[in-house]
Design a protein around this ligand. Structure first.
Ligand SMILES: Nc1nc2c(ncn2[C@@H]2O[C@H](COP(=O)(O)OP(=O)(O)OP(=O)(O)O)[C@@H](O)[C@H]2O)c(=O)[nH]1
Ligand SMILES: [Mg+2]
Ligand SMILES: [Zn+2]
Length: 359
């Protein structure tokens, strides 16, 4: 078996397959393309049929799946009669996670780019984009901000949206219209063979429409509510698609993961990502006189100084503080629920032991 690596590209994966379709390999590599309540779909190196989606068996040690497996993960599976059962998860080069309720939930794995999608209408919200930025930066994934529906606003409005986006700590910004096809060429440089991308953003911003426009696929899309411009949660599960790379000579594939619009993105274990998102404020904060400065009334506070001078945007500062607080709170809550689970576990062990004693 070749050295397994999470960086394996689609081409490398297809090169791995045995030409002899009659040999019954005991193990095979798969990439997870969808995780449903009762089944996990993947695409693997099954001879020439590597483009066919397979349902995988998931042993109990990888459950609940939302905490152990993500769309985009590479796994090795072993043959069990005519089925394939997950044996191990290849160490991912990157993984996105959020807190859902009080549980960590994996969003996607092994990504090169996070396409953060927002639309040029009421959905536009810089603070929300900063959350997504922190999510990407925490996981070491290159963030790209894509402003969709440019056809819905005037040139002047578009310039205003773009000027706001330029305040973000993200240099890769594109304005597009999936409806009219404008700006789509600017995304082609990302579509290299072996690259993996996930589309994230609120419901209705046009993630699936963008995927359809790039790939010629027919993902379901639906209208948004007219009163507030919010979407109707049309896409219901994360799903990985292979689309043709823009580099036509190569005939390669790009993995694009479409995700359902998130109602809220609760960050989790993202302190570093938040600090990178607000790099200016963070570097000032490090120069405050007191190491534990809360940037309120403390003397020698560099952040306050900058706020008074007007070199830091007050709304950025508020969001920076808010996200760090939330992250801290989420960490404590997770530790709390971990301790609770441990307690439950040892309690049930004790009960089992006592039950055995009686026999
Ligand atoms: N005018 C205009 N409408 C668009 C554009 N892109 C998408 N839409 C419309 O916006 C609506 C929502 O698009 P979707 O692609 O379903 O949005 P989504 O982000 O996938 O939404 P969820 O799956 O709910 O997360 C649909 O009615 C699309 O036709 C665009 O570039 N211009
Ligand atoms: Mg969708
Ligand atoms: Zn300070």
């Amino acid at each position: 078996m070749q050295q397994l690596s999470a960086q394996l590209s689609f081409d490398e994966l297809s090169a791995l397959h045995s030409d002899d379709e009659t040999t019954e390999q005991p193990y095979a590599m798969f990439r997870i393309t969808a995780i449903h309540r009762d089944r996990i779909q993947a695409i693997g190196e099954l001879g020439r049929s590597y483009l066919t989606s397979t349902d995988l068996l998931c042993p109990p040690e990888f459950r609940p799946t939302s905490q152990f497996l993500a769309v985009g993960d590479w796994i090795m599976a072993e043959r069990v009669e005519e089925h394939w059962r997950i044996k191990l998860i290849v160490e991912p080069k990157s993984r996105l996670q959020r807190l859902s309720g009080d549980r960590p939930q994996l969003i996607a794995a092994n990504l090169d780019y996070l396409w953060i999608v927002t639309s040029a209408n009421q959905d536009f919200n810089l603070k929300r984009l900063q959350r997504y930025l922190a999510l990407a930066l925490e996981a070491d994934i290159e963030p790209v901000v894509i402003l969709t529906k440019s056809d819905l606003c005037s040139e002047v409005e578009l310039e205003e949206y773009l000027a706001q986006l330029q305040q973000l700590n993200c240099k890769l910004i594109h304005a597009i219209s999936s409806l009219e096809g404008t700006g789509l060429d600017s995304l082609k440089p990302y579509l290299h063979s072996g690259i993996s991308i996930a589309l994230v953003g609120s419901s209705g911003v046009g993630k699936s429409s963008l995927l359809n426009a790039l790939a010629g696929t027919q993902q379901e899309v639906a209208g948004i509510r007219e009163d507030d411009g919010k979407g109707k949660h049309t896409t219901t599960a994360r799903q990985l698609f292979f689309i043709a790379s823009a580099d036509e000579k190569n005939h390669g594939k790009v993995a694009v993961i479409d995700t359902p619009g998130m109602r809220e993105l609760q960050l989790f274990n993202s302190q570093q990502g938040i600090e990178e998102t607000f790099a200016d404020i963070h570097s000032l904060a490090q120069r405050c006189r007191f190491g534990d400065c809360r940037h309120e009334q403390e003397p020698g506070c560099k952040v306050r100084e900058a706020l008074e001078k007007g070199s830091v945007d007050p709304s950025d500062f508020i969001n920076y503080q808010k996200l760090l607080k939330e992250d801290e709170y989420a960490k404590r809550r997770e530790l709390g629920s971990h301790a609770e689970r441990e307690h439950q576990r040892s309690f049930s062990k004790m009960v089992k032991a006592k039950t055995k004693e009686r026999w």
